[in-house]
Design a protein around this ligand. Structure first.
Ligand code: NAD
Length: 498
């Protein structure tokens, strides 16, 4: 059976007696390969390899590193079908959706191609008599990224292209549930002429993560995953003196005003709730219609669409929605639907009993839709991360906004309306990091930055864009005088600019 190994210093790493964990094809339910587990020793070897190449890599001119990013972009584009197939086979999402995530990751590589500009510091002459000063952004050294299962290509590409373009070396720890596409991506990095050791991939779960968080030679950690683990990574990494950014979970609301274009709303709900089987941190999981008629219209439009969703294997071109990632996750999503029924929400569409002929052992579930959900229910409060839509009805815009703002998560939100004033007020007053106006999944482009608020993100910088150039560098400011031959004598007062 295929074994996904660590990639350290450009090679499969040879560690005796490592255990391994299964990787499934979610469409068939079969174990298709295994991934080796990691240990503190594996992380240490990866860090040693990175430290070895760091002086050479960080002293290359930014323009040379930028050219390598151009090459990386070219090869990823050439091999994107291979990558998308691996994503679909292990994650379950449709092939086209997998291509979409690669495209969004590529945009970050394109941003990293501009690194000479992004790294530019600034210079001021005469900050004091005959004294000049300049600020410079220097690499941090060795950084690490810990990534979730739901975007095995895009989320690693949120991190390492900018990190290494800035001159750092990087240790990547992908999800143990679908690491094969990430592994191929790491090989492509070598193919692009980026020296072995600049990017190392170490597999595993908590043991590997803890070894990363505790390693003395790792200076910065980026994390994307669920909120409990994000909070753990944030506090542990900080305890060991590291710079850390940790993106967490979400519960994204779509507020729909009575004047919205309802056909557009229907399509937006379908794509953003059920795309990738709801396994996206920017998925809409709660719709908040303002006014009774608005809620009734949404129900009328969306119910038949959910019932007619084309569900099948991700590699079948007719599928609109694939399976969930693992059997455990399928059971978890089903438990939430049971709980919603027990708590008194109206289950308008029930996806629990879906069986697909020929794929009886796959991790499939149909789309589900609850009406009359209230904010005290667990299906409202917690992240389900599956194809389940909850409708929380609101009488007024103010109440809808209040609902959005009181939720503990603050990743994304959207408002659908034809009233610019209402949209503007919503965008200004919502306590959420990423906001869509008639756009259901407002994931910022690569030259802006991504980041949630409240318990959806811990740490000081967003991922990708200029925020990530700042995250992966340290500011150095030099203040210099070239001796003019005039000696003024010792000065015992604090230097001032008089
Ligand atoms: P997860 O938190 O279970 O795992 C994320 C990473 O943490 C994986 O690499 C995993 O191996 C590691 N990990 C898991 N348990 C750990 C532990 N106890 N100690 C240390 N490390 C541990 O998340 P997931 O299920 O892979 O991904 C789904 C979650 O990620 C959802 O909550 C989703 O909202 C979130 N997500 C957030 C964003 C964002 O940008 N905010 C983007 C994508 C996904």
């Amino acid at each position: 059976m295929k074994l996904v190994d660590h990639l350290i210093n450009g090679q499969n790493a040879d560690f005796p007696n490592l255990s391994s964990t299964p990787i499934y094809n979610p469409a068939s339910g079969e174990e298709i390969s295994r991934v080796v587990s990691g240990t503190a020793n594996c992380v240490d070897q990866a860090v040693k390899s990175a430290l070895n190449i760091f002086p050479e890599w960080s002293s290359m001119t930014p323009l040379v590193r930028s050219r390598k990013m151009f090459k990386l972009k070219e090869i990823i584009e050439l091999r994107q079908n291979e990558l998308a197939k691996l994503i679909s086979q292990e994650h379950g999402k449709t092939f086209d959706d997998a291509l979409g995530e690669i495209g969004r990751g590529l945009e970050v590589v394109e941003f990293a191609c501009g690194i000479p500009n992004h790294l530019a510091g600034n210079y001021t002459s005469n900050v004091g008599r005959s004294i000049d000063s300049w600020s410079d952004y220097q690499p941090m050294g060795i950084c690490a990224g810990i990534t979730p299962f739901n975007f095995p290509i895009m989320v690693p590409m949120w991190m390492f292209p900018v990190a290494i373009a800035c001159g750092n070396c990087f240790i990547l720890k992908p999800s143990e549930r679908d690491p094969s596409s990430t592994r191929l991506l790491s090989e492509i990095v070598l193919e692009a002429g980026i020296p072995p050791g600049v990017l190392n991939m170490v597999n595993g779960g908590k043991d590997t993560v803890d070894a990363i968080l505790q390693h003395n030679d790792i200076s910065g950690v980026s994390f994307v995953g669920s909120t409990p683990i994000a909070q753990y990574v944030y506090s542990e990494a900080a305890k060991y003196g590291k710079k850390v950014q940790a993106m967490g979970g979400a519960k994204n609301h779509m507020v729909v005003m009575p004047d919205a274009d309802m056909e557009m709303v229907g399509d937006a709900i379908m794509g953003s709730v059920f795309g990738s089987a709801g396994e996206r941190c920017m998925a809409i999981s709660v719709v908040v219609p303002v006014g009774k008629d608005t809620g009734d219209k949404i129900k009328e439009i969306v119910k038949p669409k959910i019932e007619n969703l084309k569900i099948g294997p991700g590699l079948d071109p007719d599928s609109e929605m694939g399976p969930l990632v693992t059997s455990d996750h399928l059971q978890k999503v089903k438990r939430y639907i049971d709980q919603g029924v027990d708590e008194g929400a109206d289950l308008v569409v029930d996806g629990r009993n879906l069986k697909l002929q020929g794929y009886e052992n796959g991790f499939f579930i149909g789309g589900s839709f609850f009406d009359n959900v209230t904010t005290d229910m667990s299906i409202y409060k917690e992240e389900i991360f599956g194809p389940v839509l909850s409708m929380v009805r609101a009488d007024t815009f103010d109440y809808a906004l209040d609902i959005v703002n009181k939720h503990e998560y603050g990743n994304g939100t959207a408002i659908f309306t034809s009233n610019g004033g209402v949209a503007r007020q919503f965008a200004n007053e919502c306590q959420i990091g990423m906001v869509g106006v008639n756009v259901p999944i407002p994931v910022p482009v690569a030259y802006h930055s991504f980041g949630g608020w409240k318990r959806s993100a811990f740490g000081g910088h967003g991922v990708y864009g200029m925020e990530s150039v700042r995250f992966y560098t340290r500011l150095k400011t030099v203040t210099g005088r070239w001796p003019s031959g005039q000696h003024t004598g010792a000065q015992y007062t604090f230097p001032s600019n008089s």
